[in-house]
Structures are given as C-alpha cells and as structure tokens.
Design a protein around this ligand. Sequence first.
Ligand SMILES: NC(=O)c1ccc[n+]([C@@H]2O[C@H](COP(=O)([O-])OP(=O)(O)OC[C@H]3O[C@@H](n4cnc5c(N)ncnc54)[C@H](OP(=O)(O)O)[C@@H]3O)[C@@H](O)[C@H]2O)c1
Length: 284
Amino acid sequence: MVVLVTGSAGQLGQSLQFIAPNYPEIQFLFYTSKELDITNLGQCKLIFSKHQPDFCINAAAYTAVDKAESEPEKAHLINVIGAKNLAEVCKELQTVLLHISTDFVFDGEKKVPYTETDLPNPTGIYGQTKLEGEKAIQNTWEKHFIIRTSWVYSPFGNNFMKTMLRLASERDSISVVNDQIGTPTNAVDLATALIQIILTDNRQPTKNYGIYNFSNEGQCSWYDFAQKIFEVNGISINLQPIATSGFPTPAKRPEFSVLDKTKIKNTFGLEINNWKGSLQELKL
Ligand SMILES: NC(=O)c1ccc[n+]([C@@H]2O[C@H](COP(=O)([O-])OP(=O)(O)OC[C@H]3O[C@@H](n4cnc5c(N)ncnc54)[C@H](OP(=O)(O)O)[C@@H]3O)[C@@H](O)[C@H]2O)c1
C-alpha cells in the first residue's frame, strides 16, 4: 500500500514520519512543499501519476491564523486551490484523500462539543479558507476523509507548547488567556488515528467517507494547557490567567471549540488518549 504525504516538513508531516517505521506494510512517500507544491496542479499530476498512491494525506496547509487576515489570497491559494488540486488528481487515480481541517470552522458560540453536523461559521480568514477547502474536496471527489482537529502540538515545527517553553526560558512571568476553551491534540496521536483510518479503509473499503472530528479527550483553556506544559517539564514560572480582551489578536478565535469524537471512535474503533496523559508522555 502506498501512502503519499504532502507538507511533510510540518508538525503533522513530521509526526507521520516519526510513526512510519511502525507500519512496514505501508510504503510512505513524504513530500515537502519544495518537492510538491499543492497549488501547482501540473506538478501534483506528475508526481501522483508516477507513484499511483492508494491514499494521500494532505498535511500541507496555510496555518498562520493571524497572518491570514492580511494575506487572504495566499491562504486561499493553499487551503482552497491546493485542496481542490489534490482532490482532482486523487479522483483521476482513484486515490483516497485524507485532508485535515480545523475547529476554527466554528464560531465558538456553542457550550457543548461540536459534532460533524453542526453548522460551521468561521470567524476569520484561516477558518474561512479551511471551510472552503473542505467544500472544494466534497464537490470534487467522494472518496475523502476530512478530519477536523484542534490545538495541535508536537516536538516538531511551531506550536503553542514550544512557544511556552521558549518564553519560559526568556521571561519570569507569562500571561495566557483563560476564556477560550478547546482540546489540545498531540500530533502523534492525530497521525496514528489517520493511519488507523487508512488501515481500516484498505482492509474493507466502505461508505465511511466524510467529515470526522479528532482531538485528544477532555477540555481546557490555553491557561490550563500552559500550566500543564510547565508542570510536566518541571518548570516553575509565574503564570497569570488573562481574558481574551486583554490579549488582542488580528484574528478572532472561537471561545469554545471542543470537538465531539463519538463518530470517529465508533466508525474506526479508536481509543483516544486524554490530553493531559498524552502531553505527559511527550515530556521533552
Ligand atoms: N496547528 C494547529 O494547531 C492546527 C489546528 C487545527 C487544524 N490544523 C490543521 O492540521 C493540518 C496540519 O497542520 P500543522 O500544524 O502540521 O501545520 P504546519 O506545521 O504549519 O505545516 C504545514 C506544512 O504545509 C506546508 N505547505 C504550505 N504551503 C504548501 C504548498 N503550497 N504545498 C505543499 N506544502 C505546503 C508547509 O511548508 P512550508 O513551511 O515550506 O511553507 C508546512 O510544512 C493543517 O491542515 C492545519 O490546518 C492545525
């Protein structure tokens, strides 16, 4: 079985590379943005027809949430046109497409976890382009799994955990917002879930295509997340909770974006780690 991964130098891409040796039955092909630019349809066609992959994991994306507000065209090109290009080449070659989306497609007005059927209503350009990317795939190629995830962190690339650890080495005190609620997702857990979906679908292709939520279990604020990061890394620092209003950012973020994982657990028999336990295991 051949699995082609785009955006392989990102946090999810590197997490997939980290777990790849656990799956000798899969031939992984990892492509960085320099080797495969998903906005270049001709290049996508060339590389896909060379390898004829059974599955493609699109780990490529424009992920700079605040910067997207000032460069919407670039975010659209990568998150919408890039996703559509991949859906087109996947359709040509009958490749199943696994695409990653985000909790930022929701406005955060709900008070209980979001299910896959809740109505999206993004509050910023990043969320808008990710939602449009989902739609572009749905309108192009039916054999897709769109996995919405949240608050991804890993030892690789840029993420909240690494920012906290860096700030702790530079400052005596840090303020973190405590009124946005969501769930951290260990990128290695996400990568493992994606492979489990692939293995299930490869064993017995069914009509399971569609949208799924995946994050770790539980919920917390960014402040709680920061507190746990410092605790597991044995860092003592003056950590202050602040309101979102005291920390203005170009992009408005959802106040509440916990994802309901019932569908993915029932469909693929996944057991999902609690966010605290998963973070503990990752202690750097
Ligand atoms: N990070 C989060 O908290 C979070 C939360 C929810 C959902 N997600 C979703 O999860 C997925 C993986 O995110 P991540 O955190 O792993 O992102 P990431 O670390 O920012 O990695 C994204 C990768 O995509 C590559 N890329 C950008 N433009 C490309 C193009 N035109 N062609 C090919 N590759 C391109 C980037 O390469 P360059 O660096 O060379 O540009 C980078 O290696 C994304 O779909 C993201 O929207 C992430």
